[in-house]
Design a protein around this ligand. Structure first.
Ligand SMILES: [Zn+2]
Length: 95
């Protein structure tokens, strides 16, 4: 009944809209640095955006504070312009 592996459920927050994304179970030994970025599909933005990993309530609070202060605005814009520049989804459609 008990699970052998210890996993934590980490929350991911979209840097574009600040909404909570889909949580991902991580093995406890598998630790990234603080505010690790991960490209995930955001249900609110209806596209893949960078998400920030929040491992606990303190990090979540810090992220939301930063988000409200516009810390992630430039990064969110940059990411979107990158996608446009490379033309993902438009390449090779004529063949
Ligand atoms: Zn979003």
């Amino acid at each position: 009944m008990a699970r052998a592996k210890k996993t934590d459920l980490h929350d991911f927050y979209c840097i574009k809209c600040g909404n909570k994304g889909i949580p991902i179970a991580r093995q406890r030994s598998h630790n990234h640095g603080k505010f690790h970025r991960k490209k995930l599909y955001c249900l609110h933005c209806k596209q893949e955006t960078n998400h920030v990993e929040c491992k606990n309530e303190i990090e979540t609070y810090e992220f939301l504070e930063d988000f409200r202060n516009g810390v992630y605005e430039d990064e969110a814009k940059e990411y979107i312009s990158d996608v446009r520049d490379t033309g993902i989804g438009k390449v090779n459609l004529g063949y």
